[in-house]
Design a binder for this molecule. Structure first.
Ligand SMILES: [Zn+2]
Length: 217
């Protein structure tokens, strides 16, 4: 179930910002960190049920597709929201103004145009830059913008939710469950939970038995 509270959306945008370098790195990283690691795979009798091959080249294409999809979604959302809430930059002074007034006005206009809190419609526009700008809007940070309306907030929440979910999935940091091929004393199937960076756990799918998985070498 998805929630759309400001805190949750802000956290999802923070996830994109924090893990974006990891995603970029995954484009070229060899998949030697496939999960489960070989030390666990040797323990697994039915390792073919988890195919490490699907974390090699096709996964890198998947990573590139994820990068593109998240970037398009966040940048387009920032474009659309900025068009609605961001004030047009102050214009330069007319040439007819006295020089001193003109200089003062042009300095203000320059500062306004280049305000870091302003979403830029041109130049290099990245997913983390869009996420930071949307985060500032969601949290009501200062900037040349009006407050978000309910529908604007909901739109950002929706996009942030999907972006964080896609990124997390692509990085393989979501906890997954695979069968071990072993049987519990109760006759239930033993399952391996892991792959999210937390300690893997073997648990029975039937009774409540749990045990730490063999430590990865
Ligand atoms: Zn059991």
């Amino acid at each position: 179930m998805h929630t759309t509270t400001p805190a949750t959306t802000a956290q999802q945008l923070q996830t994109v910002i924090a893990h974006w370098p990891d995603l970029l790195q995954q484009r070229t990283t060899r998949p030697h960190d496939a999960w489960p690691p070989s030390s666990l795979q040797t323990y697994l009798r039915t390792v073919e049920e988890y195919d490490p091959a699907d974390r090699s080249a096709p996964v890198r294409l998947h990573i590139i597709d994820t990068i593109r999809t998240i970037t398009v979604a966040l940048v387009e959302t920032a474009d659309q929201i900025a068009a609605q809430v961001q004030r047009t930059p102050m214009s330069d002074a007319p040439a007819s103004w006295p020089a001193a007034d003109r200089d003062r006005r042009n300095a203000l206009a320059h500062d306004d145009r280049t305000d870091p809190a302003r979403w830029q419609y041109t130049g290099t526009r990245t997913a983390p830059a869009a996420a930071r700008w949307l985060h500032a809007r969601i949290t009501g940070a200062p900037g040349p913008c009006t407050a978000l309306t309910g529908p604007q907030h909901d739109r950002i929440a929706h996009v942030a939710d999907h972006a964080a979910a896609r990124l997390t999935h692509a990085l393989g940091t979501s906890r997954r469950t695979i069968p071990t091929g072993h049987t519990c004393a109760c006759g239930g199937e033993l399952l391996l939970d892991g792959g999210d960076g937390q300690p893997p756990v073997i648990r029975c799918g039937w009774c409540s038995a749990r045990t730490a998985a063999p430590t990865a070498a």
